[in-house]
Design a protein around this ligand. Structure first.
Ligand code: GCW
Length: 733
């Protein structure tokens, strides 16, 4: 009986019936199908009919010269065929000879003949460096086509993804002439992923690294991860948390990391590991990790040899040392430079780098926390080996919704400094709130350090051009997890995207990237684009306004960092307490960092120090970061400081209300699944923006004793109510 049933169901449908069914299904399904967001920006859904008609004749043939297909060339071929098939509903012929108009020729300078044949000169390629590419419309022996050329296959891969993006964004190919190379060398994600698959400050499910089953089981997600990153030009990934377990460096775990490296290699992505400074003791059986001890040095050298035997292109180590309880060279009376150089010397013969984090502050140090990293590191300028790069967070405290740029940028001319941005939104509403981080990255990268006169932007420090460094880098703390949409919401994908795009070119504009992301994510409908863009561009300032307006910072609840806690004053270390940061009392609010106060301003170049020290020149957005002011301080708006503070909180809540209403107008234009999840998250955000606003106003009012301005709604509940709200099971903690 049973086998009968199976037998029946296996009888193939006649081909014509199948075709008919497909046609009927495609006519009947709504214009936009349900979409769970898995495909990220590699969502090769059919373009509109006119766009398809326009591109089809230009993408008939894919030509990849050479008989041998390396894994990278195979990846290129797969991506191009899948992309064109999906976008244009046309399968390009993969060939090694041009058959007519409409070819895409993919060549490296190694296939010199092909390059000459494509009408390219050596000079065209010289300028592209190791990872750059060009995409150009050409005519070859009377046939029209497009060439993607690069000096090596990694460039071709980036060029191929770019070509697909041109189709996704509706860019004409007819006269295309693009040449692009990355401005920054190390473009890395930092995963704060633990070996038990939990993710520190991760809000999108468990780690995508299935450490337990590696190296035997290779989740297909690993390939999609590599594709998504390569499409942006990201070329490295630190697999494990900076709060590292030494176990990551044991043979067993290196074999697992090696398996991932093998998957990523064709996509130009190198693997790096966070290294625990005390590993020689914990897994090496030594009784010290002192950098000056020869046995310790030998241990790291041997460890590096072992790693490179397993992962020949291993990128290097990321280290968090003497920070928040992590071990480090200070434990042995040695400096950060001595610690970093220990590891750097072990990696040097293999070409690896050390990324040494500058996120340090000490419990017993009474100095303003915002000053401590600079005080520790700047005196060490010139003492780091040449394969060390110091990794600095964008601001001097800790990934707050808004901070001034870190004063170390520009202050260590002899040391390469790399940027660390947070992509996961630890302090901006986790994965639940919509906050597009492009404008924040842009604000920091554009900031002028004045280190070598006007125009010395942070971007120029990071890309090495200001102080002439070859070793350059930028890292983003990943927001990726095993959630089906990778990042916990569709709009969070935009933050991974903009990080990658700005890592390639830190001068790209946040707004342009937002528009591009909207196109690759939702298609070309102008209403979706305009509305989506409006929402995204307003979103980060909205979060600043309802959480930490006017330069306030670090006002969140304890531990998990979700929700308001400006009243918190009972934590062990002074600088863990929000009251340390806002310093509000009956008379005023803000942290005086002028020469009258902590003098943090003096860590900036004189022109910037002067600007930040001036109440009028610093600007409203950073006012209370640098100044302690009376509640009735007159603001440029005409309101006094108290009224302005309340106004900003209200403005933030209103902005979220507007985003939510705007999203509603897109319902007919977006598939139900993505529409609905986003709509629900915006509801959460509106409710929580209100919570932040109400709790903060209730608290600051209790401190200032001021009346609410006329017409302003009082907080919905009492201060005691807000203080009692507790979230013991918040994720990411
Ligand atoms: O922002 C703080 C986080 C910690 C993190 C630390 C760091 C990895 O709350 O979770 O630890 O920064 O950057 O080292």
């Amino acid at each position: 009986m049973k086998s009968d049933v199976i037998g029946k169901s296996l009888t193939p449908l006649p081909a014509f019936l199948l075709a008919l069914l497909l046609v009927v299904a495609s006519v009947m399904s709504p214009p936009a199908n349900a979409d769970d967001g898995y495909d990220l920006w590699l969502r090769y859904q059919p373009l509109a009919a006119d766009a398809r008609d326009q591109y089809r004749p230009q993408l008939r043939q894919l030509i990849i010269p050479g008989s041998e297909r390396s894994p990278t060339l195979q990846a290129i071929e797969r991506e191009m065929v899948d992309g064109v098939r999906g976008l244009l509903a046309q399968v390009p012929v993969v060939d090694d000879r041009i058959q007519g108009d409409g070819f895409v020729l993919v060549v490296t300078s190694q296939t010199a003949q092909a390059v000459r044949g494509a009408g390219l000169s050596a000079r065209d390629l010289n300028d592209l460096g190791g990872e750059g590419y060009l995409i150009r419309a050409i005519t070859l022996r009377g046939q029209k086509g497009t060439v993607i050329a690069a000096n090596n296959e990694q460039g071709l891969l980036y060029g191929s993804f770019h070509l697909l993006r041109l189709l996704q964004t509706g860019t004409k190919l007819a006269n295309v002439d693009i040449s692009s190379r990355p401005r920054i060398g190390l473009r890395l994600l930092n995963h704060w992923d633990n070996l038990d698959r939990s993710v520190e400050r991760g809000y999108a499910g468990q780690s995508i690294w299935d450490w337990w089953n590696l190296p035997d089981v290779l989740d297909p997600r690993y390939i999609d991860y590599a594709r998504a990153n390569a499409a942006l030009g990201i070329n490295g990934t630190v697999l494990n948390n900076v709060n590292a377990s030494a176990d990551s460096l044991t043979g067993r775990y290196l074999a697992k990391a090696a398996a991932l490296a093998d998957v990523f290699r064709p996509y130009g992505i190198r693997v790096y590991l966070s290294a625990r400074f005390s590993a020689p003791v914990e897994i090496g059986g030594l009784d010290t990790a002192d950098p000056k001890d020869p046995a310790v040095q030998r241990w790291w050298n041997d460890k590096a040899d072992e790693i490179y035997r397993r992962i020949p292109d291993f990128g290097g180590f990321l280290v968090k040392a003497n920070s928040e309880g992590q071990p480090g060279p200070h434990d042995y009376g040695r400096s950060h430079a001595e610690g970093a150089n220990l590891l750097a010397r072990a990696l040097k013969p293999h070409g690896g780098v050390v990324m040494w984090r500058a996120f340090v502050y000490q419990q017993d140090n009474p100095e303003d926390r915002a000053k401590q990293a600079y005080s520790d590191f700047v005196p060490l300028d010139g003492q780091f080996d040449d394969n060390v790069i110091v990794q600095v967070k964008n601001g001097p405290i800790d990934f707050q919704p808004r901070e001034p740029f870190h004063p170390m940028f520009g202050a260590m001319p002899k040391t390469p400094l790399m940027m660390e941005f947070q992509v996961t939104k630890e302090y901006l509403g986790f994965a639940s709130h919509l906050a597009y981080l492009g404008p924040m990255y842009e604000e920091v990268l554009e900031a002028d350090t004045h280190a070598a006169g006007p125009g010395s932007t942070v971007a120029k420090v990071v890309d090495g051009s200001l102080h002439n460094h070859k070793l350059t880098g930028i890292a983003g703390v990943a927001n990726i997890g095993s959630a089906r949409d990778w990042t916990g919401s569709i709009f969070n994908q935009a933050n991974w995207y903009v990080f990658g795009r700005m890592a390639w070119n830190p001068d790209l504009e946040a707004e342009a990237i937002a528009r591009e992301w909207l196109k690759v994510t939702f298609g070309q409908d102008p209403q979706v684009l305009d509305t989506g863009l409006d929402m995204m561009m307003a979103s980060r300032q909205a979060v600043v306004d309802y959480m930490t307006p006017l330069g306030l910072a670090h006002l969140m609840a304890t531990g998990h960092h979700y929700g308001p806690g400006p009243w918190v004053s009972d934590l062990a270390r002074p600088e863990w307490n929000p009251v340390y940061y806002h310093r509000a009392d009956h008379n005023g609010i803000g942290f005086d960092r002028t020469s009258e106060g902590s003098d943090a301003v003096s860590q900036y170049a004189p022109a910037i120090a002067k600007q930040f020290a001036s109440r009028s020149a610093v600007g409203d957005d950073l006012l209370l970061w640098f100044h302690h002011l009376p509640w009735d301080y007159p603001m440029s708006s005409g309101r006094d400081l108290w009224e302005e503070l309340v106004h900003r909180y209200d403005r933030g809540v209103a902005a979220v209300g507007k985003m939510r209403a705007q999203w509603q107008t897109l319902e007919p234009l977006i598939d139900a699944e993505r529409f609905d999840k986003t709509a629900r998250l915006l509801q959460v955000q509106e409710r929580e923006a209100q919570w932040w606003r109400d709790a903060s106003i209730a608290y600051f009012q209790s401190v200032s004793g001021r009346q609410l301005p006329k017409g302003v709604a009082p907080p919905a509940r009492s201060l005691e109510y807000y203080k009692a709200v507790d979230y013991p099971w918040a994720p990411g903690h």
